[in-house]
Design a protein around this ligand. Structure first.
Ligand code: BGC
Length: 400
């Protein structure tokens, strides 16, 4: 891919780094619903086990990220550890995550904290999850208990990661064993959608009382629904419950997280699989770096003047040169969006480390690989390249 030498200067204060999620890297998240699903007779092929052992090795992870040149690190804190039984908050786990916040700041990494990244405590799932009475109150109580972790030095808090995918998972559970569609996503569960939007509103209010400077938002999975000729109405109707309702709920937020990997084309009778000749990544998704530009522009259209932060973007591949190509393409889209006047405030790559991809270790999204037996971390060339862009403060621009 051609990159013009005159890149676009990264705006001052721009967040530049990588993202992770607790369950995917910490290991032994024993008290979570996911751990339980991994060890039941369900469809999950591979359990998370020790993951990358980041629960113990977070200092090493942060040393690497800071050393590579990144200035920001998005990680999640684990509700199942902080509140292992209803109302029983662990001071030791709160202190653990507080040490992580302080450790990030000491290394020059600004922490972005995600309060909920897919997993919930096992007891919360057993009492019925998001849609039963009192669920949102329980989430709000947990959020209030995280105040000592957030303190006055965390600037960005993400309440819930990809609520639209959580609502889709709720629908899949309702449908039972029914096979998911070959293209597109099932219709999100309406009751889960409503509960998550309310959970977000309550969490936002709770977090804003912790510190006056705090910026709260949530991150939405953007599928870049592209209408084929004649399918505009179908695409709009398809997109609304799967994406736009969650974007609209961010209109009073301080920022909105944009998470983009690929696209979904919509024909007049519904979603299509990737074109036959498309390159596919290790998740089976179409290689389509242009997705980020579409996701940013669509999000801006729906949320109005709420600032945008790319909270996830990346590719599952064994070929690290393809990761650099993909990310170059995505960053060119980001640069073009900024030049067109979109208020984009950050880019956080998914993911810092190769990690547990919700049922399998096979799709490797990391800038840094992890040796399974020893947990040794080995930065890939893409990590050095992306950290270098941060140091040079330049975004690649597409050559005209
Ligand atoms: C999630 C991550 C996941 C990534 C790649 C996002 O949906 O937030 O947890 O690993 O995409 O599938």
């Amino acid at each position: 891919m051609n990159v013009a030498s005159n890149g676009l200067r990264i705006p001052d204060g721009f967040l530049w780094g990588a993202s992770t999620a607790a369950h995917q890297i910490e290991g032994n998240n024993l008290n979570s619903d996911w751990w339980q699903m991994e060890h039941s007779d369900g469809p999950i092929a591979e359990p998370s086990g020790d993951a990358a052992d980041s629960y113990h090795r977070w200092r090493e992870d942060m040393d690497l990220l800071a050393g590579l040149g990144f200035t920001d690190y998005r990680f999640s804190i684990e509700w199942a550890r902080i509140e292992p039984a209803p109302g029983a908050f662990s001071r030791a786990e709160i202190a653990h995550y507080r040490r992580m916040v302080e450790g990030a700041v000491e290394r020059g990494l600004r922490p972005m904290i995600t309060l909920h990244h897919f997993t919930v405590p096992r007891w919360f799932a057993e009492r019925g999850g998001w849609t039963v009475d009192g669920a949102v109150d329980l989430f709000e109580r947990y959020v209030r208990a995280t105040a000592p972790i957030i303190g006055t030095d965390v600037r960005h808090v993400c309440t819930l990661n990809e609520p639209n995918m959580v609502a889709v998972a709720g629908a899949v559970r309702e449908l039972g064993a029914e096979a998911p569609p070959t293209a597109g996503l099932p219709l999100p569960d309406k009751a889960t959608t409503d509960a998550l939007i309310e959970a977000h509103r309550r969490a936002r209010a709770a977090v804003r009382t912790i510190s006056a400077d705090i910026q709260v938002g949530w991150s939405v999975a953007n599928q870049v629904y592209q209408a084929l000729p004649g399918a505009e109405a179908m695409a709009a109707a398809y997109r609304w419950p799967r994406e736009d309702v969650f974007l609209e709920a961010a209109r009073d937020d301080d920022w909105i997280g944009v998470q983009s990997y690929t696209r979904t084309r919509i024909a007049p009778d519904g979603p299509l699989p990737p074109p036959d000749d498309a390159e596919r990544t290790l998740t089976g998704w179409e290689y389509y770096p242009q997705a980020l530009g579409h996701a940013l522009r669509h999000t801006a259209q729906v949320v109005g003047d709420v600032p945008l932060i790319v909270t996830e973007n990346g590719i599952a591949t064994d070929d690290d040169s393809r990761r650099i190509d993909y990310t170059t393409g995505a960053l060119q889209q980001l640069a073009a969006a900024i030049e067109d006047g979109l208020d984009v405030r950050g880019y956080l790559h998914w993911s810092a480390l190769d990690n547990y991809e919700w049922g399998s270790y096979r799709p490797t999204f990391g800038l840094i690989s992890v040796v399974p037996d020893t947990f040794e971390r080995i930065p890939k060339p893409s990590a050095v390249w992306l950290g270098g862009l941060s140091r040079s403060r330049m975004l690649p621009r597409a050559s005209s």
